[in-house]
Design a protein around this ligand. Structure first.
Ligand code: PGA
Length: 254
């Protein structure tokens, strides 16, 4: 696929897989994908598996991502994980503001923006998630909701930080439901996000930012979604738990 920006496809394993299962899955992915250079590939196992998975992906084209990080660099924050602890394991990316964290952990845009800043300060690249619920879409509020999330979750980033940041548009109604946004629905919101980024950070930065689509991405719909001009990759949940389907999603884009 010939794209203006290099595609980035990430697998979000969420709270699935033991360490042993994670190592098996990543060994399968490594066999199939280690040599690929045309797409940036990121795998985001649970925290417990990061250390072991990190050893397996060293020297390959598979990058390691975490699913969350503390907004504080270190200190007395029981149960939290710091950027430095992730860097020590050679983690490069971190998913922030996923709708499940916004919903179940009450993460606000303000918190997400603090985490994004802390991540950049440790040279971790944030994947900042935004997206509307079904009720919000049906009441015509998609742009209002996504626009606010973009503005407030990315506030405080410099232009240099923003151009490295990945944005993931994940309509909440499409996550884990089997219901995917059509490629046209995705393109419309991606173009809207890019226009808001241009207002906030300037045209040059907005053109460089990669915007992933997430929500029931699978082998059958991945390449159609990613062929849209403003869709620069995918954040894959369920289908990333199976080596064959994740590999197929990636190979469909090459
Ligand atoms: P899904 O999850 O692919 O299972 O819909 C996507 C995500 O939550 O990142």
């Amino acid at each position: 696929m010939n794209k203006e920006r290099k595609l980035i496809i990430a697998g979000n394993w969420k709270m699935n897989k033991t360490v042993a299962e994670s190592c098996d899955l990543v060994a399968d992915l490594k066999r199939e994908l280690a040599h690929l250079t045309s797409v940036d590939m990121v795998i985001c196992p649970p925290f417990t598996a990061l250390a072991d998975v990190s050893k397996i992906v060293q020297g390959t084209n598979l990058w390691l991502g975490a699913q969350n990080v503390s907004e504080h660099p270190y200190g007395a924050f029981t149960g939290e994980i710091a950027t430095g602890q992730l860097r020590e394991l050679l983690v490069h990316y971190v998913i922030l503001g996923h709708s499940e964290r916004r919903q179940f952990q009450r993460e606000s845009d303000e918190l997400v923006s603090k985490k994004a800043k802390t991540a950049h300060q440790a040279s971790l690249i944030p994947i900042v998630c935004v997206g509307e619920t079904l009720a919000e879409r049906e009441s015509g509020k998609t742009e209002e909701v996504v626009g606010t999330q973009i503005k407030n979750s990315l506030t405080g980033l410099t232009n240099e930080e923003m151009q490295e940041t990945i944005v993931a548009y994940e309509p909440v109604w499409a996550i884990g439901t089997g219901r995917t946004a059509t490629s046209q629905q995705a393109q419309e919101v991606h173009a809207f996000i890019r226009s808001r980024l241009a207002e906030q950070f300037g045209e040059t930065v907005a053109k460089l930012v990669r915007i992933q689509y997430g929500g029931s991405v699978k082998p059958a719909n991945a390449s159609e979604l990613m062929s849209q001009v403003d869709v620069d990759g995918a954040l894959v949940g369920g289908a990333s738990l199976d080596a064959n389907s994740f590999v197929e999603i990636i190979k469909n884009t090459v």
